[in-house]
Design a protein around this ligand. Structure first.
Ligand code: SF4
Length: 437
C-alpha cells in the first residue's frame, strides 16, 4: 500500500541527470534541454477539470495528483526530477488543470508573453483552480498586465549588466559578488527581477567556460570575501554541477562565505534531498536565502525541506517581494514571517518590487511597505521583522527604508515614538561640564 509520508528517501544516488539545464563541469558541454518525455495527461481527464479546492495543502496535493497524474506513484511525485520533467509550460495543459480566465488565456496566447511559463506540478497543486485572484496563482500565471510597459520600467532596472565584468558575475559592492550560474528556474515568477535572462530569454545560458571565467574572476579579486550563487535558481542544477561550483569557490582562500539564493524550497521542495544536503554541508560556511512570497507556500513539504537544510547547519533567511494584492497587508505578512520562523527561516529582506517591464500591477506604493514594517515592529518578535529595501534603479544597490520613529528634539532630548505611538525622551547630548566622575 502506498505510504503517504511526506518524503521518500532517494532510491538512486544523485549525480548528473538528464533533464537538468546547465553546463557539465566534466565535459564542458553547453546547455542541454529538458528532454525527457513528460507524463501525458490521461485521455479521460476532463477538458476543464474541476477540482474541489478545500482542505489542507496535503489533501489538495493528493487530490490533484490522483486526478491529473493517476498512474504516478507517491514516490514518483516526490522525485524532484519527475517534478522538473513534468513542469506545466503551455496554456493547453494548464487550462486542463485549472479554469483559466479570459485574461489569463489571452495573456498566454500568441508569442507576446514577457516571461516564460513553467510551474511544477507540486506548486500547481497549491493553486486555486477557480480563483484567478488567489495570491499564489497571481505569482505564476500570466495576466495581460504583463504586456503593458509603464514609465520607469526597464529590462535591467538594477543595471546588473553594467556591473558585470565577466558573464554571470555582478560586482557591485566592495567585498562581494553575485554569481548568476543558471538562467533556469523550476517555476517562473511573473515579477522576476531577472526576467531579461531567465528561461529562454537573452543570451544568459552559461557554459562551463563561462563558469570557469567567473571563478577565475573571484580568484583574482582578493577583496571578494562573499559569493552569492543565484540565477535563475542554482538548485535546478544537478548535485555534481553544484558541488563542482562550490568546491571551486571553496578552494579560493579569500572566499570566506558562500550563499545560495533559491525559491526551490517553496516551488520544488522535493529537491532538498538527503543527498543534496549531505553534499552542501561539506562547504560550510554556507547560507541559503529562500524566496518566499506568501504564507500559503508554507506547506508540510516546504517545512520538511527547510528542516533538512537547517539540521545540516545551514542558516536560512528569506527574501520576499512586496506584491500588490498578494502580500501587501500586515496580517498576510505577519502570517508569512511567523510561519517562516516556525520552520527556522529568519525573515531577511522585504523588497520593493523592481520595475521590470509589465510589473506595474504588482508594485505598491513605498508607503505601503513602510506601513507593513510599522505594523510588525514592536507588535511581534524582532527576529520576524525583515529589512525593507529598495534595490535602487540604476545600480545604486539596496537602500533600507524605515518608518520614522524620531518625533523631534526638545531641550537636548531626542523625542522618540514607540510602536504604540507614545513619545519617549532620550538624553542625546554630549557629556556636560560639571559632571562628577
Ligand atoms: S525563482 Fe527567482 S530567478 Fe526564478 S523566476 Fe522567480 S524570482 Fe526569477
Amino acid at each position: 500500500m502506498e505510504s503517504e509520508s511526506l518524503f521518500v528517501e532517494e532510491a538512486e544516488p544523485p549525480g548528473r541527470l538528464t533533464g537538468i539545464v546547465g553546463p557539465n563541469p566534466s565535459t564542458s558541454s553547453n546547455h542541454e534541454e529538458i528532454s525527457l518525455t513528460p507524463f501525458r495527461l490521461p485521455a479521460t481527464a476532463p477538458a476543464r477539470a474541476v477540482q474541489k479546492w478545500a482542505g489542507s495543502a496535503d489533501s489538495r496535493a493528493r487530490d490533484f495528483r490522483k486526478r491529473f497524474f493517476p498512474n504516478i506513484t507517491l514516490k514518483e511525485w516526490q522525485d524532484w526530477r519527475w517534478q522538473l520533467r513534468n513542469r506545466i509550460h503551455d496554456v493547453e495543459t494548464l487550462g486542463r488543470m485549472i479554469h483559466l480566465s479570459e485574461d489569463e488565456r489571452h495573456a498566454m496566447s500568441g508569442s507576446a508573453a514577457c516571461l516564460p511559463l513553467a510551474i511544477t506540478p507540486y506548486y500547481l497543486s497549491l493553486l486555486d483552480p477557480r480563483n484567478p485572484r488567489q495570491a499564489l496563482r497571481r505569482t505564476v500565471v500570466p495576466t495581460v498586465h504583463e504586456h503593458f510597459r509603464s514609465n520607469g520600467e526597464a529590462d535591467d532596472p538594477l543595471h546588473e549588466d553594467e556591473d558585470s565584468p565577466v558573464p554571470g558575475i555582478v560586482h557591485r559592492y566592495p567585498d562581494r559578488v553575485l554569481f548568476l550560474v543558471t538562467g533556469t528556474c523550476s517555476t517562473y515568477c511573473r515579477y522576476c527581477t531577472r526576467s531579461r535572462m531567465v528561461g529562454h530569454h537573452g543570451n544568459h545560458c552559461l557554459s562551463t567556460e563561462q563558469w570557469e571565467k567567473g571563478i577565475a574572476y573571484v580568484a583574482s579579486h582578493p577583496e571578494v570575501r562573499d559569493v552569492l550563487l543565484s540565477g535563475g535558481d542554482p538548485l535546478t542544477l544537478a548535485d555534481d554541477q553544484l558541488e563542482w561550483l562550490l568546491s571551486q569557490l571553496r578552494q579560493i582562500p579569500h572566499v570566506e562565505f558562500i550563499r545560495i539564493g533559491t525559491k526551490t524550497p517553496a516551488v520544488l521542495p522535493q529537491r532538498i534531498t538527503p543527498a543534496l544536503v549531505r553534499m552542501l554541508r561539506r562547504y560550510h560556511p554556507l547560507w541559503i536565502s529562500i524566496h518566499a512570497a506568501h504564507p500559503d507556500e508554507l506547506t508540510p513539504e516546504m517545512a520538511r525541506a527547510c528542516t533538512r537544510l537547517a539540521d545540516a547547519g545551514i542558516p536560512l533567511g528569506s527574501q520576499t517581494v512586496l506584491l500588490s494584492g498578494i502580500n501587501d497587508d500586515v496580517e498576510t505578512m505577519k502570517r508569512l514571517v511567523h510561519g517562516l520562523l516556525k520552520i527556522r527561516v529568519k525573515p531577511y529582506y522585504l523588497y520593493q518590487c523592481d520595475p521590470i517591464p509589465g510589473s506595474s500591477h504588482f508594485r505598491t506604493l513605498v508607503s505601503k511597505g513602510l506601513e507593513i514594517i510599522r505594523g510588525l515592529r514592536g507588535f511581534t518578535t524582532g527576529y520576524a521583522v525583515p529589512t525593507y529595501v529598495i534595490d535602487a534603479p540604476g545600480g545604486g544597490g539596496k537602500i533600507p527604508l524605515l518608518p520614522d520613529y524620531v518625533a523631534g528634539r526638545e531641550d537636548g532630548d531626542l523625542l522618540l515614538q514607540n510602536y504604540e505611538g507614545k513619545v519617549f525622551r532620550y538624553p542625546d547630548r554630549p557629556s556636560a561640564e560639571g559632571v562628577i566622575h
